[in-house]
Design a protein around this ligand. Structure first.
Ligand code: GLC
Ligand code: GLC
Length: 847
């Protein structure tokens, strides 16, 4: 029996093509990669925001609603009595054809019905605070067609959190303006603009006359109608409603005539603008229905109309200079097409930094397109907004963002540099940090708490990756505050030293790192002891006093990243006065001693006989030991301690890898722990709240499989590394129904072997899995490492991969490296280091 497929890859166009709108879950894409962002599903559901999905939500979305994926940017077509949408939803009228192409920061949805083809291209032009939608309607019949086109989007009242809860206020505050002329109809959303906000949003039809509009949801949809049957659409006419509170929306109505074979384009722009405090309002005296000169009209005076919620009483007409500029910029199809071409050219450039040619098209697809694309998305969004992250709960994670930038730094190093400074600025003087910060304010987010003792080490991980990529040691001299307090600035180098020390100064009875609130695994809460369902495991009071809870994951992280710290010190160029900065030699010696001490502590107290322990709990009992009934073995400490090669002389890493293969592995990847917990353990916290096989309790956390893969590479096991890589990578997904979420990106978790439905994916898109798998495949498997000494080539591949070619742009150089493996080896006897030299170089390396 052939499995049901919902779509396929189109590598030449760098697109994923969805051919059935009823995917097993909404399969989404992201628009924008700078300040203005959108999420869009394969049926055009989703929303937009500016920088911060919580504080500047532009359009509304109803999470986990019925039906699934409710509200987006919808176009309705009324053709006689038939009403349909090009993306199938919300009407769900059976289409004659449907196709959704998710490309790199754009989506094109095309549907057809009764001889009309409607295609909508959605994208955010570069350096633009707006989403552009180009709607192309084509009459494929031999008869003339008269159609009615309606647009629809729903405004969010800016703060997405209060928008969903404070209805006693929200249902009274909504305000809009409508500006109409023969060329353009723009609907402005200005709730709270007259008071403390200096921003507004707009939705404009820029290249055609609208025959009507709606701004009040109830008038357009009808109070008891669904979005699949809006009253105005059924009636075939807009109501020209003006929103006064309740739920403001934006809808345009256009009557369209198409001759046989004719096609017409309609351009819609959904944007956001900010004004200076002293230039917020229109200064000329208000006349609600005034006459102005239309810019591109031949006729001297064309009637243009302005309507506002408050009518004559409105003293606060928005100064629309910024919106007008964007509307005018995108008033022609040529301008829109040119902006789209620029976006595609940016992606040509970004993806040219690293590409592989091999005989395996799935490997090429992951490396050359989708993994790199996902790295850009996780860099921009951290864990804030997806179809699993509501945009209100989480901002930019300290550890998350440091990991994300390792997958992104080769794409746009300057943005990675700024990110490092932003992250470090939220750190506390003792090296600890807020777990998250808000992208809009760049301030630490107190609601999420802090005290995760792995956090500081990730700053070393991120910063050293940046310097190896760019050679830019000057970042170390940047002055960076503590907790954003002006006057507290010290060099970034000092932040790294303090980060290293945070572990050194927080060790427990075995000399292993104290875990604090938790380590990488947010849900291993060894000091929390929570029995109140109303408190969050992430922020509740922690019993740190007297705790013996130690983490082997942090131990491995400390050794691995501690060595990166030492390497950085050793390679840092001399200061202008010829001195090694910061008493280098002593610092190097001290750091090496601490790392050595940690290795000894792990060998002595962290080895369980056949694998590394996971932790000691509050009382000093073992977690992740053969002695435990459940949770005998955990992946995090196997991955990190084996990556750090702790106990290599006694063969510990290899033994740990064997045990992981035996006890953690499954058809879909390695589970996080085994056996999963089946009862709540107050001394372990949130991990044991999850049903067995899900999330951090026996789920396949795709994020930490690459740790094991890298450890396999470092042990020279190319075949094993490749086998596990393929289990996790989306290009090899076999069963789209089972996998459920997007088959073109990694998800955070796939249900584990003890789950009800092993292999079912969840939490797609925003996960450190993207960066880690990028690091794994680009540097460890294919073996191209940027280092301080040069480009190190050290592949570790499956024996049957006989040849491949990597093109790597590194700083001002381009390396074209052909790797040949005629004898079917898994690894070369020793790495080759190619010196850094600007220009283009070709090399052939034999394994
Ligand atoms: C989530 C978090 C990440 C954490 C992981 C394990 O993916 O974003 O910070 O490390 O879960 O708990
Ligand atoms: C939950 C999730 C975990 C996530 C954390 C962040 O514990 O299971 O993956 O990192 O929340 O708050």
């Amino acid at each position: 029996m052939t499995r049901k497929e919902y779509g396929h890859f189109d590598d030449a166009n760098r697109e994923y093509v969805i051919t059935n709108p009823q995917t097993p879950f909404p399969w989404i894409n992201y628009l924008g990669n700078e300040d203005f962002f959108g999420l869009i599903s394969n049926t055009a559901g989703g929303y937009d925001f500016y920088k911060d999905a919580k504080f500047r939500r532009i359009t509304r979305y109803r999470y986990n609603s019925v039906p699934m994926d409710s509200v987006g940017r919808y176009f309705y077509l009324k053709d006689g009595d038939t009403v349909w949408n090009p993306g199938w939803k919300p009407c769900k009228t059976k289409l004659d054809s449907y196709e959704c192409r998710h490309g790199l920061n754009y989506t094109r949805i095309t549907g057809s019905k009764n001889g009309v083809e409607a295609s909508v291209l959605f994208f955010v032009p570069l350096k633009t605070w707006a989403e552009v939608q180009k709607v192309t309607l084509k009459n494929t019949t031999t008869e003339a067609k008269r159609l009615k086109l309606f647009s629809y989007t729903e405004w969010c009242l800016w703060n997405a959190a209060t928008d969903g809860e404070n209805f006693q206020r929200n249902l009274s505050t909504g305000e809009v303006e409508i500006e109409r002329s023969a060329e353009c109809t723009a609907i402005y959303h200005k709730t709270e603009y007259k008071e403390r906000r200096d921003h507004y949003a707009y939705y404009a039809l820029t290249n055609a006359k609208a025959d009507g509009y709606d701004t009040d949801r109830e008038s357009f949809v009808g109070l008891y109608n669904e979005l699949s049957e809006p009253q105005a659409v059924l009636d075939g006419k807009a109501t020209d409603s003006l929103a006064h509170g309740w739920s403001p929306i934006a809808s345009h109505y256009v009557e369209v005539e198409l001759k046989p074979g004719e096609s017409k384009d309609f351009i819609f722009v959904l944007g956001y603008a900010e004004n200076e405090q002293n230039a917020k309002f229109e200064t000329r005296p208000l006349s609600i229905s005034h006459l102005t000169l239309a810019a591109n009209s031949q006729e001297p005076m064309v009637k243009s109309q302005l309507l506002t919620s408050l009518g004559e009483k409105d003293h606060h007409i928005i100064n629309k200079v910024h919106a007008h500029a964007i509307i005018e910029r995108f008033a022609t199809v040529e301008a829109v097409d040119a902006a789209f071409a620029e976006l595609c050219a940016l992606w040509d450039e970004l993806l040219s930094k690293y590409s592989v040619q091999s005989s395996d098209e799935r490997l090429n697809r992951m490396v050359n397109i989708w993994n790199q694309y996902q790295c850009m998305i996780t860099f921009c969004f951290s864990r804030s907004a997806s179809f699993f992250e509501s945009g209100v709960g989480r901002g930019m994670g300290f550890r998350d963002s440091n990991q994300d930038l390792v997958g992104f730094v080769h794409q746009v190093p300057s943005r990675a540099r700024q990110r490092i400074i932003d992250i470090a600025s939220t750190q506390f003087p003792d090296g600890g940090c807020y777990h998250q910060y808000q992208p809009l304010t760049k301030r630490g987010n107190n609601d999420i708490g802090g005290g995760f003792n792995d956090d500081p080490m990730w700053l070393i991980f991120g910063t050293t990756a940046y310097i190896r990529e760019t050679g830019d040691f000057s970042i170390l001299d940047e002055l960076v505050p503590w907790d954003n307090q002006p006057g507290s600035e010290v060099s970034l180098m000092e932040h790294l030293r303090i980060s290293f020390n945070h572990v050194v100064e927080n060790v427990g009875p075995h000399g292993l790192p104290l875990i604090g609130r938790a380590d990488w695994n947010d849900c291993l809460n060894l000091n929390c002891f929570s029995n109140d369902p109303n408190e969050s495991f992430q922020t509740t009071g922690n019993k740190n006093e007297g705790s013996k809870a130690e983490s082997l994951m942090i131990a491995g992280l400390f050794v691995f990243c501690g060595r990166q710290y030492v390497e950085l010190l050793k390679n840092r160029p001399l200061a202008a006065n010829g001195q090694k900065p910061m008493a280098n030699a002593q610092e190097i010696a001290r750091a090496e001693r601490e790392i050595e001490k940690m290795c000894q502590a792990v060998e002595k107290y962290g080895w369980d006989g056949a694998w590394y322990l996971r932790a000691y709990d509050y009382y000093g009992n073992k977690v992740g030991s053969a002695e435990n009934e459940e949770g005998k073995i955990f992946i995090e400490s196997q991955g990190w301690c084996a990556m750090a090669r702790i106990g290599a002389e006694q063969g510990m890493p290899e033994k740990a890898l064997d045990s992981s293969a035996e006890l953690l592995d499954s058809e879909h990847g390695m589970v996080l722990n085994w056996p999963a917990y089946t009862t709540y353990h107050i001394e372990l916290g949130e991990q044991s709240t999850y049903p067995a096989g899900y999330k951090e309790n026996g789920g396949i956390f795709c994020h930490n499989n690459p740790w094991v893969i890298i450890a396999q590479v470092l042990a020279g096991r190319g075949n094993d590394a490749w086998t596990l890589y393929k289990k996790i990578a989306p290009a090899w997904i076999k069963d789209q129904d089972l996998h459920k979420v997007e088959p073109y990106v990694y998800c955070q978790m796939v249900a584990g072997k003890e789950a009800a439905k092993p292999g079912e994916g969840k939490n797609s898109w925003l996960t450190g899995t993207a960066a880690w798998n990028w690091l794994t495949v680009s540097q460890y498997i294919l073996g191209i490492h940027p280092t301080y000494e040069g480009l190190k080539v050290d592949p570790c591949i499956p024996g049957d991969l006989k040849e491949y070619k990597v093109t790597r742009k590194w700083r001002d150089a381009e390396y074209v490296i052909t790797v040949k493996n005629p004898n079917g080896k898994q690894r070369a006897d020793k790495p080759t280091v190619l010196p850094y030299e600007p220009g283009r170089h070709e090399y052939t390396i034999n394994i």
